[in-house]
Ligand binder design. Structure first.
Ligand code: PLP
Length: 387
């Protein structure tokens, strides 16, 4: 009998990977599967970024880099944040890590332990709750409701703060709902946090480039009054279609930079060098590919939202950000997992049950529109026939 550490039994997972595996298995058996379960852009990394990665390898960048990332990359991040959010960021506050997830893990390791409470969005990215539980802290859900456009309510967040609260995680634009929290609500949260100086904030802004219908992204970096306890997470995975490269970063408060750098040194030493050079090219080069991709997403979003609303028993609020629609399926009489399984097994359409994103996702199914307009239309037709 191996003596596994007890924390392992508390560690969760990301069911989207399981759905993907099932969809791939069905496809391998010859079934015609349309994958709307996936959480990554269906675009290739733009050529000039790929070339920069190849060139870095050819130029001999094969060794370790500084643990917090190449200085030129951290400077490019600061310049990009200035360009997009009109904020000043010291490149020394930027810590580059392999993807978006490590920042989450390190932030929760830094602030989570038995006796602490950490708030997180529900339904939300499943890794939040998983790593909070793993740390031993108590996960305190922030309910995201359809009637609020899946934005969080500042009053609800503030009302749940106790003297044990060490960290609050927010995410806008959000996975799985596509919800975008309006500026007024964020203003209110930041104002209320002034009464709770012991609470750190992790703002997951990985979808910061993907907003539709004239909405603007509000970065928490725009609030100087909480910079001393804000961790702002963003990265390359979604914006530059680079999920497999593994590249992300966060801007950390001064008090945390040394801690997170030590976590990086203990965990992975540094992100691989060629990927970091590709990351510089992504931020410093032309942004046309990003704009084209977002324009494509917007078109598909309209197709999927309209199409879902036309189905019996289904209603879908207009997903304002990211690349997910999160329709309410209660009117079909199916539970979230029943709908997910039926859509895959009987219609060949892979989606992810809302309950994969927390208990409060019951009654919903996540549709990713990172697939062609043609496939989205076909998927909607198949589900219409099924229902
Ligand atoms: N944050 C959110 C809200 C996400 O949806 C994802 C990926 O799906 C991530 C972070 C993680 O991104 P990465 O693949 O860069 O680790």
């Amino acid at each position: 009998q191996l003596k596994f550490a007890s924390g392992l039994s508390r560690l969760g997972t990301e069911s989207a990977f399981m759905v993907l595996a099932r969809a791939q298995k069905l496809a391998a058996e010859g079934k015609d599967i349309i994958n709307l379960g996936i959480g990554q852009p269906d675009f290739q990394t733009p050529d000039h970024i790929v070339e920069a990665g190849i060139k870095a390898l050819r130029d001999g960048h094969h060794g370790y880099t500084p643990a917090n990332g190449l200085p030129a990359l951290r400077e490019a991040v600061a310049a990009d944040l200035h360009r997009r959010h009109a904020v000043e960021v010291n490149p020394d506050s930027v810590v580059v890590v392999p993807g978006g997830k490590p920042t989450m893990f390190f932030a929760v390791m830094m602030f989570g332990e038995a006796g602490a409470e950490i708030m997180y969005p529900n339904p939300g990215f499943p890794i939040y709750e998983s790593v909070i539980r793993y740390s031993g802290a108590v996960p305190v859900p922030i309910a995201l409701k359809e009637e609020n456009g899946f934005a969080f309510s500042a009053d609800e967040v503030l009302g749940q703060i106790t003297d044990k609260t060490s960290l609050i995680i927010i995410n806008s634009p959000a996975n799985p709902t596509g919800g975008v929290t309006p500026r007024a609500e964020i203003d209110k949260l930041v104002k209320g946090l002034q009464d709770h100086p012991h609470v750190a904030l992790l703002s997951d802004e990985i979808y910061s480039n993907m907003l539709y219908g004239g909405r603007e992204h509000v970065s928490l970096l725009q609030y100087p009054e909480i910079r001393d306890r804000l961790i702002m997470l963003d990265g390359w995975s979604k914006t530059y279609a680079m999920t497999g490269w593994r590249l992300g970063y966060a801007v950390w408060p001064d008090a945390c930079v040394d801690h997170v750098t030590r976590l990086c040194i203990n965990d992975h030493s540094c992100v691989n060098a060629a990927t970091q050079y590709a990351g510089i090219a992504a931020l410093s080069g032309p942004q046309d590919a990003v704009h084209d991709m977002v324009a494509q997403f917007d078109k598909r979003r309209q197709i999927i939202v309209d199409g879902l609303n036309a189905l019996p028993g289904i209603r879908c609020s207009d997903a304002a950000g990211a690349f997910y629609a999160f329709p309410n399926i209660e009117g079909t009489g199916l539970t979230a997992t029943q709908a997910q399984d039926l859509f895959l097994d009987k219609a060949g359409v892979a989606t992810v049950a809302g309950t994969s994103f927390g208990a409060w996702g019951e009654g919903y199914v996540r549709f990713s529109y990172a697939n062609s307009a043609e496939n989205i239309r076909e998927a909607l037709d198949r589900i219409a026939k099924l229902l």
